[in-house]
Ligand binder design. Sequence first.
Ligand SMILES: [Zn+2]
Length: 113
Amino acid sequence: MPTLLGKNRECLIQSDEAEKFKSNVSEWAEKLDVETKEIHLRSMKNKWASLSRNGRLTFNTELLEMEREFCDYVIVHELLHMKVPNHGKLFKSLMLAFLPDWERYSERLKVDR
Ligand SMILES: [Zn+2]
């Protein structure tokens, strides 16, 4: 019985964190003026986030344990790809406009594409 209760609690905490993360994504989407259709969280081996062609965003559940600034970086990075598909000059200047510190975090991100 105690094991079962423990598990349920963990599950609740996780879903709470996931909801917070998703609402953070929505807030950023509003700031960046992009429209998100679906936001998913699941564990991924090789990357922090991905964006499918139909606008579906998936974030790595490991982000739930990372610091806020790094999450913001991954979120803004992925949302900006809805505007700019590459990592060119425009992409970099938009990153700088929204997250002046982004280069500090970029090294930790395994570049998606
Ligand atoms: Zn990218």
